[in-house]
Design a protein around this ligand. Structure first.
Ligand code: GTP
Length: 601
């Protein structure tokens, strides 16, 4: 195709503002999916995505469109719609998808207005110098306030209020006009036809039947079927077994040229061999300079995952291996815990990533798991110059520590202005510092904060929602690290450390953490034959203490001496119960107690 007739665009929208519905409508209007094949949310493939209504993996669809009005009317164009993941954990993938586009549709619910995540992605799009088409969706809703939010969008982007399109993805109203505007406003891709081939990978997905399917945008030159290609970051070479475009089913072709977006298959089995952001070139007469912007995904949040039933350990390992085929950001290594047995320390991009992986392990692989409280990565500088990186709080060094560094993020919060006080108070207690504040409109405000990542990984989002009656939205991106007064708090049962409960917290919060854990455990741990002290300690200094009083448990007491078979049954039962007990030092702790103590309250 002549690059002048190609338009590559994406849709930026907050969850539930109607991106999938709009995409569906576009597929229908352009005729690539026939009415009878249409099912809601055609593009969201994974079950979990559909159920939770989040889009995790980005994809690209090719659609033909001939505008009905204006200078281009009647000329067939190719529109490539590149789907972007919507959640903050996947910012890196969003930025790669944006780099494959020349324009973006900013889709905002006309009854809600713009949200923090959308705003963050809008800024990314602006940095990438994409043409932005502002669109209000759901204008059919009685609660829609198109005039108010059109003014807000115009103010944000710096366009005229009249330039904000108004559509209903549900009824289809205004969607054909939107497609016309995409052709009119989004610039065609530019690239050098004669140059050595360079294509950027913006997504790669593992498919059980076909191996890794890699989504690319060809920037320069051409990739042809059967050619040998080279990955510039690793130098690995592969043969192009299949190349083509999705429309939306995969349709093979002879090759992809300048500006074209499509997929390729090389037979590799692991997405880490086809990394998002990497540049593909040809093995012979290939390019030597990579396209800008590649970086390895970096896990930000760690958690220990343990099978409830220790014999499931091999299954857990296999399941993680399988998930990693499709998730270059997932990292893990085996670890053992005195309290929880054999498991893995798993690294995630963020909390949503963690939740999704956990849910997939439980649902798709039928595993029952215990997860330790999520923690961030700490860089510790020792007085002797050593610099251990700590991903597991129980491995926090004990020697002379000079400094501890923790990751910090730049957070954007959006809310009605009546909640400014509540949000500031919350951020204050989470060790945040205010960077700036802007009014988007009379009654909506944007607050920017620097916050330690550790303060938001656990329950920040829930706290924010409850303090703002659900009206505030949050987005964050990792920025740097800061030195902080952090200490390790250990929890001891009868004098023995329970590794799974160790936590790294700010020294001002250590006491509260210790008291909370100790009292929680006192309620969860059953009485034993002896008294069990529960202590929270920093090093050798005890900061909180509770006691589980002793009992003398006689299971046979109720049997009045007579019935021997009944006695035996009771003894059997007691043995059963013991199996599910974990022993910490001399103390028997039921598995449920660990789970309950590790869950957030
Ligand atoms: P994610 O895939 O989770 O990012 O959400 P999304 O942005 O794709 O939203 P989705 O298309 O799933 O739409 C969310 C809800 O809004 C669904 O219940 C849609 O039926 C509804 N919806 C989407 N567009 C419209 C519209 O124009 N009018 C009305 N009334 N409802 C709409």
């Amino acid at each position: 195709t002549d690059p002048a007739l190609i338009r590559n665009f994406c849709i930026i929208a907050h969850i539930d503002h109607g991106k999938s519905t709009l995409a569906d409508r576009m597929l229908q209007l352009t005729g690539v999916v026939e009415q009878r094949q249409m099912r809601a949310q055609y593009l969201d493939r994974m079950d979990i995505e559909r159920e939770r209504g989040i889009t995790i993996k980005s994809q690209a669809v090719r659609m033909p469109w001939a505008p009905t009005e204006g200078g281009d009317s009647g000329t067939a164009h190719i529109l490539n719609m590149i789907d972007t993941p919507g959640h903050v954990d996947f910012t890196y993938e969003v930025s790669r998808s944006l780099a494959a586009c020349e324009g973006c549709v900013l889709l905002v619910d006309a009854a809600q207005g713009i949200e923090a995540q959308t705003l963050a992605n809008l800024y990314l799009a602006m940095e990438n110098e994409l043409t932005i088409i502002p669109v209000l969706n759901k204008i059919d809703l009685p609660a829609a306030q198109p005039e108010k939010f059109a003014a807000e969008l115009a103010h944000l982007i710096g366009c005229d209020v009249e330039d904000v399109l108004k559509v209903s993805a549900k009824t289809g109203e205004g969607v054909d006009r939107l497609l016309d505007e995409v052709v009119k406003l989004v610039p065609p891709p530019v690239g050098v036809k004669e140059a050595p081939a360079r294509a950027m990978i913006f997504d790669s997905v593992y498919d059980a039947y076909r191996g890794v399917v890699t989504y690319v945008k060809v920037v320069d030159g051409k990739l042809n079927k059967r050619e040998r290609i080279k990955m510039l970051s690793t130098g690995a070479t592969h043969e192009l077994l299949e190349i083509g475009a999705s429309s939306p089913e995969m349709t093979p072709s002879d090759g992809l040229a300048v500006g074209e977006v499509g997929y390729l298959i090389t037979g590799v089995k692991d997405v880490r061999q086809s990394k998002v952001g990497d540049t593909i070139t040809l093995l012979h007469k290939g390019a030597t300079e990579a396209l800008p912007g590649y970086s390895d995904p970096k896990p930000m949040v760690f958690s220990g995952l343990y099978p409830l039933d220790g014999s499931d350990y091999p299954e857990l390992r296999d399941a993680l291996d399988k998930l990693q085929l499709n998730d270059a950001a997932l990292v893990y290594e085996p670890e053992t815990s005195a309290a929880l047995g054999f498991g893995f320390r798993v690294g995630f991009l963020g909390l949503l990533h963690l939740e999704v992986i956990r849910e997939r392990l439980e649902r798709e692989f039928g595993l029952a798991l215990i997860a330790t409280a999520p923690n961030v990565v700490y860089r510790v500088v020792m007085e002797d110059g050593e610099e251990p990186i700590v991903t597991n709080p129980s491995e926090f060094p004990t020697g002379k520590i000079a400094e501890v560094y923790e990751p910090v993020v730049r957070a954007t919060l959006l809310a009605p202005s009546e909640f400014i006080g509540a949000i500031m108070e919350l951020c204050q207690t989470r060790r945040g510092s205010l960077l700036g504040m802007d009014y988007l409109s009379e009654d909506r405000v944007e607050l920017r904060y620097t916050l330690p990542l550790a303060e938001i990984v656990f329950d920040f989002f829930d706290a924010l929602k409850s303090k703002t009656r659900g009206y505030a939205s949050l987005d964050y991106e990792p920025t740097s690290e800061q030195s902080a007064a952090l200490v390790k708090v250990d929890i001891l049962l009868h004098g023995d450390k329970v590794d799974a409960f160790s936590a790294i917290v700010h020294k001002d919060k250590a006491y509260a953490y210790g008291v909370r854990m100790a009292s929680k455990l006192r309620e969860l741990i059953p009485r034993q034959q002896f008294e069990v002290p529960i202590q929270a300690a920093i090093g050798s200094r005890v900061i909180a203490r509770e006691t589980v009083r002793a009992i003398r448990k006689d299971v046979l007491a109720k049997c009045y001496g007579g019935d021997i078979s009944r006695k035996r049954k009771l003894l059997e039962k007691q043995k059963e119960g013991k199996k599910r007990m974990k022993v910490v030092g001399r103390v028997e702790v039921p598995q449920e107690a660990f789970i309950a103590a590790l869950s957030s309250d």
